[in-house]
Design a protein around this ligand. Sequence first.
Ligand SMILES: Nc1nc2c(ncn2[C@@H]2O[C@H](COP(=O)(O)OP(=O)(O)OP(=O)(O)O)[C@@H](O)[C@H]2O)c(=O)[nH]1
Ligand SMILES: [Mg+2]
Length: 412
Amino acid sequence: MAWCVLRHTSENASRNTQHATRNTQHATRDNYLMANLVIGYGNPLRGDDGVGWAVIERLKQTPLAEPLMLIASHQLLPELTDLIRDAAQVTFVDATVLGEPGTIRITSITPDLTGPASSHQMGPGVLLAYTQELYGCCPPAHLITITGAQFGYEETLSPLIQAKLEAICQDVLRGACGVNQKTPHAPRTTHHAPRTMTKITVVEEIMSANDRLAEQNQACLDQHGVLGLNIMAAPGSGKTSIILRTIGAVAPRLRLGVVEGDTAPVTIDADKIAAAGRPAVQINTGGSCHLDAVMLAGALPQLNLDELDLLIVENVGNLICTASFNLGTHLNVVIASVPEGDDKPYKYPGIYRHIDALILNKMDLMPYIDFDMAYFRQGIELLNPGVTFFPISCKTGEGINEWATWLLEQIS
Ligand SMILES: Nc1nc2c(ncn2[C@@H]2O[C@H](COP(=O)(O)OP(=O)(O)OP(=O)(O)O)[C@@H](O)[C@H]2O)c(=O)[nH]1
Ligand SMILES: [Mg+2]
């Protein structure tokens, strides 16, 4: 018997990817090199869209002749390139709305950068292309699609797809992976795969592809002597206003550039930075709710880094996803604002962890809003004890000097 139980422990990956049950036996990275990889993806809360997950669950229970890595995920993520690189073959399993319900299709997939490629929506071809680009190699891959019958808010498959589940699993094993249940395979010639291995278990400490690129971004900034600052906050909290205030407060002591992230193809914020006389690059995420290291890597060459001391990245307005993607900046700062309410640390805890400073903006509105500062600070302290805190008002200028002084200290 051999099935693969695989789990990312990278915080980023585990937030977005759920894997099969954890086995108690741990394995090193070498244990899964060159095994077949099956990735079932989709939304298990939307009826037949969860067929990829159901396939993975069933395969976990299936005795196999050789190791198989099984992953269930809500979407294809750049982090998966790390596993794809080391797989002998990859089989993607996904639901589709196209065709007659119940139809199963197997197609060959090759690296292709022209498909959808945001961090929340990435096609298999793009994922393979990323793998090829990052690691210079890419295994053969197939996509098995099953035309679903219902995609409503249900956690179960339709009877039609449920009845097809076994056939789909057999297709995964036979057609795509080239392995049959209980049919021994000729040993591979690769030196990577130990022939005696019958079980692949948990893989720990996998550095995600995003983190690798984030490291490269930071190395690039370091090479040019630029401090990178990632600003994360809710929409409208005052990110751009604070950047503009910062420009006013640190000029001419710091040469400052800005990367602006927005979901839509607009240049509103970048235009404001340019009007303030500073270089700005606008990233359009194409609908994605956060920046990632790939996007920042694309923006850096558009700036003359030799002429900068500080690069501020205004992330997309979002209190959840932005926290999950390391960009490679040296500092991470969150801006809260008074009108958002004093309970945000309790409701969106993830973003307040692991940050270097917290700004509370729009202090001028305090008289008009029921905002309990002690309650807010208490929530922050629970998540990030002793974090540097700046109450600020971009309208009145309150607290801007303290913020600018701290920033200058980080650079000197
Ligand atoms: N009263 C008050 N209004 C502020 C303050 N800071 C920003 N604003 C206003 O808040 C609104 C949003 O400010 P922005 O700086 O555009 O906010 P943002 O976070 O960059 O917004 P997005 O990029 O759209 O997510 C604007 O109308 C600002 O004038 C402040 O300290 N006090
Ligand atoms: Mg803005």
